[in-house]
Design a protein around this ligand. Sequence first.
Ligand SMILES: *[C@@H]1O[C@H](CO)[C@@H](O)[C@H](O)[C@H]1NC(C)=O
Ligand SMILES: *[C@@H]1O[C@H](CO)[C@@H](O)[C@H](O)[C@H]1NC(C)=O
Length: 258
Amino acid sequence: MLLAHAKVSALLLLAGSALAVERVRYSPVECAVRGSTVTLPCSFTTIMPVVRVVWCVNHPICHGTVPSVYDSKKPNKNKRFVYLGDYNSNCTLKIREILSEDNTTFRFRMEAEIVDGHYTGSTGVAVSVLDAEPMRVQSSAPGPVSVGAAVTLNCTFRCSFHDLDVHWHKDGHRLPESGPTLRLMAERSANYTCSLALPNTMSPPFRLNVAKLHTNGHFVLRLSVSLGLLMALILTVAIVLFLNKRRKRRQASPHDGK
Ligand SMILES: *[C@@H]1O[C@H](CO)[C@@H](O)[C@H](O)[C@H]1NC(C)=O
Ligand SMILES: *[C@@H]1O[C@H](CO)[C@@H](O)[C@H](O)[C@H]1NC(C)=O
């Protein structure tokens, strides 16, 4: 009884917050390189079971006969658009081999079974399609790093983008990792480059300088601590000896110095 009541309250609370906040959230994608594969990250909240998901272009609410690039209810889907999301919270869309005609605003619409149970995230996500040009490698550590340090390299472009097919190279050799972020443990100095799976996108090399500061630093630290302790010991012994000597001298001639 109490539990049921709590559940109803929780549902009401959820309904209230769902009305108050935007139900579809997009991550901004400012641009994409023509021919590349990008994702439009997207998430949504709903209190009703969703039975249909749609991505459309150039329309504020994806209504009626508006052309959709993806529609879960239509069989003849455009193969360039792949829905990576689900029917619960994730509405991420993948666009393969992006074209000039994709230079537009994309919006996500969800529909529930009941009347008026539909909602379109009207802000949408605007994509501008650009010609290929070299990427850039940006490091979390622009200066020298020590052996074993964690370093993050980002393959960046003129604008923020979510490209899936980023290739990484170390001293000219292809690495197995893909995606715009490369996480590594510094081992030795090397040149890193990144590119898309397209011509003319190879970045200039970024040189990661790895210094053996870590072990050297420890050695120097330990050496100075040992030296410090030794000097303190010598000083203590000297002071004790000096005080002892003075006390003995005073005992020998108590009126000394008066
Ligand atoms: C949505 O799905 C995509 C593809 O499976 C995934 O990469 C992404 O992390 C998911 N987003 C969230 C918020 O779970
Ligand atoms: C890395 O690039 C620098 C120039 O930026 C070059 O002098 C050096 O030889 C390169 N090292 C390797 C291992 O390719």
